[in-house]
Design a protein around this ligand. Structure first.
Ligand SMILES: Nc1nc2c(ncn2[C@@H]2O[C@H](COP(=O)(O)OP(=O)(O)O)[C@@H](O)[C@H]2O)c(=O)[nH]1
Ligand SMILES: [Mg+2]
Ligand SMILES: [Zn+2]
Length: 315
């Protein structure tokens, strides 16, 4: 993307302010009022990673975002601060136009959360993210067979899995190669080591990392804004707030099966076109679970998420 002095990339968002990196400089902007009145706002008007057109103010060094260019892809969720589960719920865009998402989990402390990972994967599939990678950090803490038993299933269904330790500097080179010249986003629960990994990749970043209290084993939320960090090796990486829960945005129950990579190929073989894969006779998905081509864990994730979506979905 080529930018000019009045167009650029949104590199930071914080409380209604957006920092736009143009060909000249980085300008702090707000959103033009007229963009806000268009229609009912169900999503963020401007998100990290957006390509925007700005107007510079004559009176100061700030600007106004007057146009958001069409997004290539988005990673989003239901905004947890909106009225979740009602018609007033909103979409929160974690990042727009990224080349890849790297979902970070810890091998331990905090415990891996595969059900949450499955939700993240669904959100990324839905948002047309071109490359989806899973990064398992803190492998210094426990034995390989323990964490591999949780994560190798993802490699077998086609998601690259990289095992790393920010603390012992293991696998950091592999991450380096993945990030080079791309716009990437690190997302995952708080306390899994996202900021520590970014610090390991680019010493000198000095992102704030949190201490896990031994009693709760939950990371403190230290990241309260989102930013795209330019990498010395080329490209950007987004540091975003930790995610406690993720409800994928705007997914109808019947489309969910298409966002589970290993379930998708079986769907057209079910006897009924509207098969939910829950109880119907002649269900090729359940047959695949019985034969071991789909793991019970991922199938269970599918069923649970489908149930959540059925509850939320307004017919
Ligand atoms: N043992 C171990 N601890 C780590 C590793 N990476 C990060 N931590 C610790 O985990 C805690 C949370 O890290 P932080 O980077 O703030 O996590 P974030 O919330 O995902 O950004 C800090 O106390 C880090 O020192 C690792 O590879 N091994
Ligand atoms: Mg952090
Ligand atoms: Zn079925």
């Amino acid at each position: 993307m080529i930018f000019s002095d009045n167009s650029g990339l949104v590199v930071r968002t914080q409380s209604g302010f957006y920092w736009v990196k143009t060909s000249l400089d980085t300008v702090m902007c707000q959103v033009a009022g007229r963009l806000k009145d268009t229609d009912e706002l169900t999503s963020d008007l401007v998100a990290l990673g957006d390509h925007v057109v700005i107007e510079r103010h004559e009176e100061d060094d700030r600007g106004t975002i007057v146009e958001v260019l069409e997004r290539q892809n988005i990673l989003s969720r239901v905004d947890p601060s909106s009225a979740v589960g009602t018609s007033m719920e909103k979409e929160q865009i974690i990042i727009a136009n990224c080349d890849q998402t790297i979902f970070v989990m810890a091998a331990a402390q905090p415990q891996p959360q595969p059900r949450m990972l499955d939700r993240l994967l669904v959100a990324a599939e839905k948002g047309h993210i071109p490359s989806i990678v899973i990064c398992v950090n803190k492998i210094d803490l426990i034995e390989a067979p323990i964490y591999q038993s949780v994560f190798q299933i993802y490699a077998s269904i086609g998601y690259p899995v990289v095992y790393v330790s920010a603390k012992q500097h293991l696998g950091i080179e592999a991450l380096h190669d993945l990030l080079k010249d791309k716009v990437s986003v690190f997302t995952g629960p708080s306390g899994v080591g996202k900021s520590s990994l970014l610090n390991a990749i680019q010493p000198g970043l000095k992102l704030e990392t949190s201490h896990i209290s031994q009693s709760s084993q939950k990371g403190r939320h230290t990241t309260r804004f989102s930013q795209l960090i330019p990498l010395e090796i080329g490209g950007y990486v987004a540091d975003t707030p930790g995610i406690r829960a993720l409800a994928p945005w705007d997914i109808e129950p019947h489309e969910l099966d298409s966002y589970f990579r290993e379930i998708r190929p079986f769907v057209e073989k079910c006897r009924f076109a509207d098969c939910t894969h829950h109880h119907e006779p002649g269900c090729a998905v359940r047959e695949a679970v019985e034969k071991g081509s789909i793991t019970p864990e991922r199938y269970d994730s599918y069923l649970r998420l489908r149930e959540d979506l059925e509850e939320q979905y307004v017919y």
